[in-house]
Design a protein around this ligand. Structure first.
Ligand SMILES: Cc1cc2nc3c(=O)[nH]c(=O)nc-3n(C[C@H](O)[C@H](O)[C@H](O)COP(=O)(O)OP(=O)(O)OC[C@H]3O[C@@H](n4cnc5c(N)ncnc54)[C@H](O)[C@@H]3O)c2cc1C
Length: 51
């Protein structure tokens, strides 16, 4: 089993998860995103009307 260490573990690769990971990275933390589906297949990618 491969073990990965990270400062911040974000569950979900939609907009909320990606934004949280960017925020953590900007503050100097290592961030890892764990997602059931790839970011481009999340509901965030389906939103067409603007958020
Ligand atoms: C068809 C459609 C059109 C929409 N259009 C609009 C719009 O025009 N304007 C608007 O403002 N909003 C719209 N919305 C709503 C908008 O997409 C969501 O409110 C927003 O994307 C939610 O972002 P999120 O990051 O919280 O969730 P999501 O984008 O849904 O991301 C959730 C992430 O969590 C992951 N995940 C889920 N379960 C697990 C698990 N057990 N383990 C690990 N990862 C997991 C998924 O893989 C996914 O990456 C639309 C939604 C849909 C479905």
């Amino acid at each position: 089993m491969k073990i990965r260490y990270t400062d911040v573990l974000v569950i979900g690769g939609g907009l909320a998860g990606l934004r949280a990971a960017i925020g953590a990275k900007r503050r100097g933390f290592d961030a890892t995103i764990l997602s059931l589906v790839p970011p481009k297949r999340s509901h965030s990618a389906a939103a067409q009307g603007g958020m």
